[in-house]
Design a protein around this ligand. Structure first.
Ligand SMILES: [Fe+2]
Ligand SMILES: [Fe+2]
Length: 366
């Protein structure tokens, strides 16, 4: 008797499409042209890991450790008296729901990264660039796998934030590989790398901490790819082409952090507090009263003020994609969102960390 092959029981129930035509480039030269990318590729092969083998998925999430070390976008809420005054169940509910929201967006971003990395195999002209984008595609598949598995232990996957969705659509649908590279490997992955490092350093939940160590190590290479590749390409481009890349990078950053671009972390967080029975106005007032404590504890972590100014902008500067013109756009955005709390970016002292991987694992920037 022959058996008819059957489809898997679980079919995708929620899919969505975006037109992503791109020009695929063959390269008949197989010798290395950009050594720095070839060595990054070798490094990527050497550092592969396996989620089900290298992480211990058995234990339940340590709720107490999870709530005790709860932070929000790098802000150490857990150190305030206000947080300590909440009942353990409330702490767990707020920290779990906030983390589920953030990790869900990491998850969706990882899916976007996987699709873009696979596009880069086709779209970049240099063989070394194609080589490197291949293991990155594999890295991103693993990241999707681990974030999905961790969220399953924590709650349910939340929908993608509108700004992130718009950004991913833009990166996937452009036919220009310079823009794909800057939008994904510099802006999106720079923000991700900063956020993973932050979350990993703060959390005391063992599985999350270990998972983020593996992921942050990979992300350091992904950002490194954007930096090494674009640093070689940008000096060969016209002023107009460079301005186009700068504009695209700015728009990507704006979609990720500008509260005018859609649902912000702040609004979502306030909704989560309200759901847990805490008046959001009370929470904000209490946190504002303890701002000094929050500021000093942020200083202990190196004082970098968030992912865009702390990492993405220094990366753009290092590549040669941060003209006075684009600095003005960033300043205007920060002014609108933070009412001048941080001053002009032109005065920021942060450089791109020399050893991105060591920095990703918690070493101070040199
Ligand atoms: Fe990733
Ligand atoms: Fe990545």
């Amino acid at each position: 008797m022959t058996t008819t092959p059957s489809l898997p029981d679980r079919q995708p129930v929620e899919t969505e499409t975006v037109k992503a035509a791109l020009e695929a480039i063959y390269n008949w030269n197989y010798e290395s042209e950009i050594d720095q990318l070839r060595s990054l590729y070798a490094n990527a092969l050497d550092r592969q890991w396996v989620a089900v083998r290298d992480l211990d998925w058995e234990p339940e999430i340590d709720r107490e450790a999870f709530s005790r070390s709860f932070t929000m976008g790098g802000i150490p809420v857990n150190e305030t008296e206000f947080w300590k005054s909440l009942a353990p169940d409330t702490q767990w509910e707020v920290s779990r729901n906030t983390a589920t929201f953030m990790l869900s967006n990491f998850l969706h971003g990882e899916q976007g990264a996987m699709m873009v990395a696979s596009q880069l195999v086709n779209a970049v002209p240099h063989m070394d660039g194609k080589f490197y984008a291949s293991p990155q595609t594999m890295d991103e598949a693993r990241h999707v796998e681990v974030f999905a598995a961790y969220i399953e232990k924590l709650g349910e996957v939340q929908p993608i934030a509108p700004g992130l969705k718009k950004l991913l659509d833009g990166v996937l649908s452009t036919n220009n590989w310079h823009l794909k590279l800057v939008g994904m490997n510099v802006v999106t992955e720079g923000l991700a790398l900063y956020s993973f490092r932050d979350m990993r350093m703060q959390t005391e939940e063992p599985l999350l901490k270990e998972l983020l160590r593996f992921v942050a190590q990979d992300e350091a290479r992904h950002t490194g790819y954007g930096v090494r590749y674009l640093s070689q390409i940008v000096p060969t481009l016209s002023e107009q082409e460079i301005a186009e890349i700068e504009d695209f990078a700015f728009e990507a950053a704006r979609l990720l952090i500008d509260s005018r671009a859609g649902l912000s972390l702040r609004e979502t967080a306030l909704g989560i507090w309200a759901q847990a029975g805490i008046d959001p106005a009370d929470a904000m007032a209490a946190l504002t009263r303890e701002r000094e404590l929050i500021r000093t504890s942020l200083e202990r972590s190196g004082g970098r003020t968030g992912p865009i100014r702390g990492l993405v902008v220094p990366t753009l500067k290092a590549i040669g994609l941060f003209s006075d013109r684009i600095c003005g756009h960033f300043d205007e955005m920060f002014e609108a969102n933070f009412q001048g709390a941080f001053g002009s970016i032109a005065d920021d002292p942060f450089d791109l960390p020399k050893d991105l991987e060591a920095w990703a694992l918690g070493a101070p920037a040199e």
